[in-house]
Design a protein around this ligand. Structure first.
Ligand code: ADP
Ligand code: MG
Length: 380
C-alpha cells in the first residue's frame, strides 16, 4: 500500500506558521510590512491583551481587488515577485507569499479592503484556513486587518506564549524596528485602549527622538553623532552614540534598504571603531542605515528575513569602521551637536583676525632654567 500523500493546505499552512508566526509580535510585523508594501502613509495598530485576543492593523495603502482579497490568503500567493530573478531585485518587505496564509491558519481573521477606484470594498473572514464569508462592504480606502484569538487551534503554541508584559515587550521591539526605518510614515499604537505611541511623519532623527527621547532628560539626539559615507558599493548613513552616552542598555539598530537586520560582523566593525573609548562594560547606541543595490544582498536566507547576507561584507567592514571612527574623531572637536542643525557637524573656523602663533612665539615664552644643573650631580 502506498503511504506518501500530500498534506492538506490547512496543515501545510500551520507548519509554515510555525516558522513565520511564532508569537503576536511576528504576526504584527508581517501585517505592518504588508501595509508599508502597499504604500501606506498612515498605519494604525490596535492591540488587545498583548496580541492574544486582537492584533489589528489599519492602513491607507492601495487596498486589494475582490479577487486579490481572496487570493492573498493562499499559500505562495504574492503580488511582489513573479520569478526567481526578482528575488535579487527586491524592493519590498514581503515576497514569500506565506504570511497571510500562515496567519489565517492559526487565527480568526477578518479583513476589509478597498482600492481607490472601487466603490465597494471586500470583506473576507477566514478561520483556521476555512473561508467563513466573503462579501462586498462599504469601507475606507486601504486595508483593515483584524487577527483575533491567535493560536486558537494550536494549544501548544498558546502555552508557549510568555506573560503579557513579555509579549508586549516583543511587540514594542518589532514596532521600533519598523518605525525607525520608516520615519516618513505616521504610526499609532494602542494597547488595551491606551495610546502608547503616536509618531508623526518626519526625519530619521526626529523619529529616533520621538521613540527614545522620552526616557532621557536632555534631547536624546544630542547624544548622537551623524555618520555618512557614499560610494558605488554602499551608502551608509545614520547616527552613533557619543562614547560618554554609552550604557549597559544601548539601542543598536542596523537597517538595509528599509529593513531591520542583525549583523554580528558589522556590529564588530562599529565596536572596533570605539576601541579605547568605552569604559565599565558600557556599549554605544547606534542607528545605521545601509542603502545597497538589491542584487548585492540576499534577504532570503531565513523566513523572518532578519539575517541578511552581503556579497561584499569584507569590503564594507573597513568602510563602516572608518566612517564611524571619523565621525567620532570629529565629535572630539565639537562636543555637542544641535538637533536643529539636523546633524551637520560644524567645524570651528579660526576668526578672521585671530593671531596664529608661530614657532618663534613659543620660543619667546621659555620657562626659566639653570644652565649649570646636572641631573647626575649628587643632591645637596
Ligand atoms: P507577501 O507579503 O510575501 O507577498 P503575504 O501573505 O504577506 O505575502 O501577502 C499576500 C499578498 O496580499 C501581498 O503580496 C499583497 O498583494 C496582498 N496584501 C497583503 N496585505 C496587504 C495590505 N495591507 N494592503 C494591500 N495588499 C495587501
Ligand atoms: Mg507580507
Amino acid at each position: 500500500m502506498d503511504i506518501v500523500r500530500l498534506l492538506p493546505d490547512s496543515v501545510a499552512n500551520q507548519i509554515a506558521a510555525g516558522e513565520v508566526i511564532q508569537r503576536p509580535a511576528s504576526c504584527l510585523k508581517e501585517l505592518v510590512e504588508n501595509s508599508l508594501d502597499a504604500g501606506a502613509t498612515f498605519v494604525q495598530i490596535i492591540v488587545r491583551d498583548a496580541g492574544r485576543t486582537l492584533l489589528q492593523v489599519v492602513d491607507n495603502g492601495q487596498g486589494m481587488s475582490e479577487t486579490d482579497a481572496r487570493m492573498a490568503f493562499e499559500r505562495h500567493a504574492t503580488s511582489k515577485i513573479s520569478n526567481a530573478a526578482d528575488l535579487f531585485a527586491l524592493r519590498t518587505m514581503g515576497f514569500r507569499g506565506e504570511a497571510l496564509a500562515s496567519i489565517c491558519a492559526v487565527a480568526n481573521v477578518e479583513m476589509q479592503t478597498r482600492r481607490e477606484e472601487d466603490e465597494l470594498g471586500t470583506l473576507v473572514e477566514i478561520s483556521g484556513s476555512q473561508i467563513i464569508r466573503q462579501e462586498p462592504v462599504q469601507c475606507a480606502k486601504g486595508t483593515n486587518m483584524r487577527v483575533k484569538n491567535l493560536f486558537f487551534n494550536v494549544p501548544a503554541r498558546r502555552r508557549f506564549l510568555k506573560t503579557d508584559q513579555t509579549e508586549m515587550r516583543n511587540i514594542m521591539q518589532e514596532f521600533y524596528r519598523i518605525v525607525l526605518v520608516n520615519p516618513d510614515v505616521r504610526f499609532t499604537l494602542t494597547h488595551n485602549d491606551e495610546i502608547l505611541c503616536d509618531l508623526k511623519a518626519g526625519t530619521d532623527k526626529q523619529r529616533i527622538e520621538a521613540v527614545f527621547g522620552k526616557s532621557t532628560r536632555n534631547l536624546y539626539s544630542k547624544q548622537l553623532v551623524d555618520i555618512l559615507s557614499c560610494n558605488e558599493l554602499v551608502n551608509i548613513h545614520g547616527f552613533v552614540g557619543t562614547p560618554e552616552s554609552a550604557s549597559r542598555n544601548p539601542q543598536q539598530y542596523f537597517f538595509v534598504n528599509r529593513r531591520f537586520m542583525r549583523h554580528s560582523y558589522f556590529h564588530k566593525a562599529v565596536m572596533t571603531a570605539y576601541q579605547g573609548l568605552l569604559h565599565n562594560d558600557n556599549n554605544p547606541s547606534y542607528f545605521i542605515y545601509f542603502d545597497i543595490a538589491p542584487e548585492a544582498i540576499d534577504v532570503n536566507i531565513h523566513p523572518t528575513k532578519t539575517e541578511i547576507k552581503f556579497a561584499d561584507e569584507q569590503l564594507i567592514f573597513p568602510i563602516l569602521l572608518a566612517t564611524v571612527r571619523e565621525a567620532l574623531g570629529k565629535f572630539n572637536i565639537v562636543p555637542s551637536i544641535d538637533f536643529d542643525t539636523s546633524g551637520k557637524i560644524e567645524m570651528p573656523l579660526p576668526k578672521r583676525d585671530a593671531v596664529i602663533p608661530t614657532a618663534s612665539d613659543f620660543l619667546k615664552h621659555n620657562t626659566a632654567f639653570n644652565p649649570f644643573h646636572s641631573p647626575f650631580s649628587p643632591r645637596r
